[in-house]
Design a protein around this ligand. Structure first.
Ligand SMILES: CC(C)(COP(=O)(O)OP(=O)(O)OC[C@H]1O[C@@H](n2cnc3c(N)ncnc32)[C@H](O)[C@@H]1OP(=O)(O)O)[C@@H](O)C(=O)NCCC(=O)NCCS
Length: 442
């Protein structure tokens, strides 16, 4: 009988309970997981496969799509040749195709071997997983472009979704190589990212997860962008010309998938141990999630938001509801603004002007785009502003309003007097505008 030890981590129960909503949510869903040949060549690859086995174990229907680029290059090197790339596309000649077939075969065998493990005392004990690979992808040559014959480099023509579904229904994990077959009996070298996106689309997968070489998509200061919508990916691809080739390929594939009905595409760092589990079983995840549905976020405004803010507030300035602000003033005060962004569009904003000496701050320019009113955004934005004011040591908020008094009253503001305001503000008060003063203690 095995000896029981008491070495259970303190937070084990909380942690396990915390992941249960995700276990329920993911069961019976279909995920396509794509990884490059780099992941297979890594000494930690077994850990990734164990995590994949765990996902299979909790009832997730899995399709794995693998790449084989380093393995192909290695085989070419031993023959003293190099893969040719022209305009970002590889040219697969006869020698290269032989290497592609050999490399894809080797990778397949390695993945199958690791998924077949079942040693006692290993993470795979009792797993007994069936892997099904096959001719699921039909391809066609990309042909001759600008006079260059790309030979056996192809693109996906069709995916045998029924065939893959049958394997999944039988309880197997489907394994799809970056190869495609044509009705003429030829074999084509395909991009794993494209194959994964095509498979995800054909299956109507719930998620496409790309394990990539970067930590996700990052901004120009190398900070991770946790959520993106396709439009934001378009902008990023148009602006940032220096992105690594494999990220560009993955992003383009993600766009195609998102725009063809795959609801969630995750780009995560394959080098991070447990990346798949962290992404799928924690609220915030660790990589970049690209969702087709419009995504809203509340954040501090930046200088390149000035255009969007002006579009939102100018109509209200014209109606006399807001005090006019020039573009220059908005640029200088941009740090005071918070906005709500939805699918790349500014749909609400508010500004906070602190008067630190008096521990007060003016809340101003609270606007929700007319198309989005009545959905609690005003209320949520107000809560956000109150929190951020509190964090700055502010004890009271005040607002000057001509037409929205009741809304503020309904949100805890009480009518005040000019003399309640900081002296600096009193001096600037516009008697012609005759705004009412409302105050809310925080
Ligand atoms: C005031 C404002 C920010 C509220 O945004 P919102 O996202 O619609 O807010 P909520 O969904 O949280 O609240 C909606 C409720 O406020 C009410 N409301 C909206 N404007 C109001 C006003 N001027 N006076 C009183 N109540 C108002 C709505 O009738 C609705 O109530 P109901 O559902 O009971 O009918 C938005 O209407 C707006 O942008 N108005 C124009 C700009 C403005 O006046 N800003 C304040 C000056 S700084």
């Amino acid at each position: 009988m095995s000896k029981r030890t008491n070495r259970i981590p303190d937070n084990f129960v909380d942690w396990f309970r915390g992941s249960s909503p995700y276990i329920h949510a993911h069961r019976n869903r279909t995920f396509v997981i794509a990884f490059g040949g780099e992941a297979v060549a890594d000494t930690e690859f077994a850990n990734l496969v164990h995590d994949i086995a765990l996902l299979h174990g909790i009832g997730i229907r899995l399709v794995l799509v693998h790449g084989a680029r380093p393995q192909i290059e290695e085989k070419l090197n031993t023959r003293g040749v190099e893969m040719q790339y022209i305009n970002g596309l590889r040219v697969t000649d006869d020698t290269a195709l032989t290497c592609v077939k050999e490399a894809a075969g080797t990778v397949r065998v390695e993945v199958e071997a690791l998924l077949s493990m079942g040693l006692a005392n290993s993470p795979m004990a009792g797993a007994s997983i069936r892997v099904a690979s096959g001719n699921f992808v039909t391809a066609r040559p990309i042909g001759v472009r600008d006079g260059i014959d790309y030979c056996h480099t192809g693109e996906v023509r069709r995916v045998d979704a029924v065939g893959i579904e049958q394997r999944l229904a039988s309880g197997a994990i489907a394994l799809v190589p970056p190869l495609g077959y044509s009705p003429t009996g030829e074999v084509f070298n395909l991009s794993a990212a494209d194959v994964a996106a095509s498979v995800a689309i054909a299956l109507g997968a719930d998620k496409l997860i790309n394990l990539i070489e970067a930590k996700g998509v990052t901004d120009s200061r190398n900070r991770l962008i946790p959520n993106m919508v396709p439009k934001a990916v378009d902008t990023l691809l148009a602006r940032r010309k220096q992105l690594p080739e494999d990220l560009v390929q993955n992003l383009n594939a993600a766009l195609t998938a998102c725009r063809s009905g795959v609801k969630r595409v995750h780009l995560i760092d394959r080098k991070l141990d447990g990346a798949l589990l962290k992404e799928l079983f924690t609220r915030d995840g660790i990589g970049t999630l690209i969702t087709a549905e419009p995504y809203e976020e509340t954040r501090t405004a930046r200088i390149d938001d000035v255009g969007g803010l002006l579009e939102l507030i100018e109509p209200l300035e014209e109606e006399g509801m807001l005090v006019r602000r020039s573009r220059e003033l908005l640029e200088t005060e941009i740090d005071c603004f918070t906005l709500m962004e939805r699918d790349g569009m500014v749909i609400a904003c508010a500004a906070l002007y602190p008067y630190s000496k008096e521990s007060m701050a003016e809340l101003a320019c609270v606007v929700v785009h007319p198309d989005y009113r009545g959905g609690d955004r005003g209320e949520r934005l107000l809560e956000h502003m109150e929190k951020s004011a509190k964090a700055q040591g502010i004890e009271k908020l005040f607002i000057l309003t001509t037409q929205t008094a009741h809304w503020f009253r309904e949100h805890g503001f009480v009518q005040g007097d000019l003399k309640d305001l900081p002296m600096r503000k009193r001096e600037l008060y516009n008697y012609r505008r005759n705004s009412k003063v409302f105050i809310k203690p925080l």
